[in-house]
Design a protein around this ligand. Sequence first.
Ligand SMILES: [Zn+2]
Length: 485
Amino acid sequence: MIGKQRILAGILASVVALGAANNVARAQGLPVAPAQAPAKPSTTALGQEALGWLADLIKINTSNPPGNEEAVAKYIATLLQREGISSEILPLGAGRSALVARLRSTAIADPSRALLLVAHMDVVGVDRARWTVDPFGAVMKDGYLYGRGAVDDKGMLAANLAAFVSLKRTNARLNRDVIFLATCDEEAFGDASIKALIAKNWDKFAAGFAINEGGVVVAKGGKVQYTAVQASEKVTYNVDVVARGTSGHASIPLKDNAVVHLAAAIEKIANYSAPVHYTAVTRRYFEGIAPLQDDELGKWIRSLDTSDRGEHAARVISDANPAWSAMLRDTISPTMVNAGVRANVIPAEARATLNIRLLPGDTISSLLSELNKLVNDPQVKFEVQQNAGLAAPTSSLETDFYNAIVKAAAQEFGGAPVLPYQSTWGTDSAQLRLHNVQAYGLVPFPLSEEDLKRMHGDDERIPVAAFTKGVDLMVRIVNEFAVSR
Ligand SMILES: [Zn+2]
């Protein structure tokens, strides 16, 4: 199926290393080791089988809105039925249904011990003109499977499904219930979201532990650098900045022009940098990545938490990587601007939207009081929109499940570090954590920066080798935590 070994080789570290060694040997006139076949994408047939499921899932267009997740739920129900696993479809609206299935360890369920495998079925929409392949065609090209949702989150959906099905096929001796849950409306967090699902059906999937999207396995040049396990996430707020002034004919400029006051306010807000706050998770994350950086940057990362050099270190780190900056502090991104109805009319109001991500524990009121002081303009007011995320407790880094994930990931990826992670993005896990679930986030596939960027973007794709590795990892995690030996 994959004939383009040259490009596939780019994905596989072992092959890259072998190639480099051979080039050196050739240059030195030494005998060259016999060309090895590229390492098999997966040690199990299961990975290849799950790749077929992923292709099928991509072909079912679940762009949200409208979502249409029920079609995916039905596909999964049929697949599970073939495996002898019954499942239940949980309606959440027209064309929108979640799916739950359970493998029992005992006749009477103990929800506090149960393990929940979660993934969402909806995807974000596409700008078709900007894709080089059909986004819902599941095109296989150069060792990649292309399609909307290939990574976010149908890849994990298929990997969860594979891990779940493998328990049944191997007749595993479970020491806890394992629950498979496919959710709706993650991307829009509307009426069919996990919040609604929990409100209606919590008893059907109540669990003490969960694994969901939200983390990353960072790869560079085909080699895993580290695995970041999401244990916490920032909290999203949308806040409008509203400037009001006198409306009038544009031929007579006015000093209180709302557009001008809004622009000045946005500029001040954009230049604001919130103070650095550490959490237990970010501390451990930065400790873990320090040895992976060059000496200079590693040195500054190690100085982050010191009283004398911490402030300068935070500046260096933040300049080096905007993602690190966002992990250390509350952030504000102006995302929408709206003013005016006619070219020759000064509008009475100008409005911008700020997308704000708070560190867990920080409050919107204290940030806004800072911004008020900074803007210092009686014509400008802030209005908090009602759709804010909820601050959820951080999942513990001491649970057996966290340890099982760490152990499995280290084994799967040749001992590469496994670190806790506080994501700047939000996931369904916040809702689970609010229900006392120790929820952790992964996307179990080793991905390069370049492939990670395509999530929610154009030409989303997953390297086949990364997908099957991710399937292996999910199988390992579930076996480590839920199966008695
Ligand atoms: Zn997602």
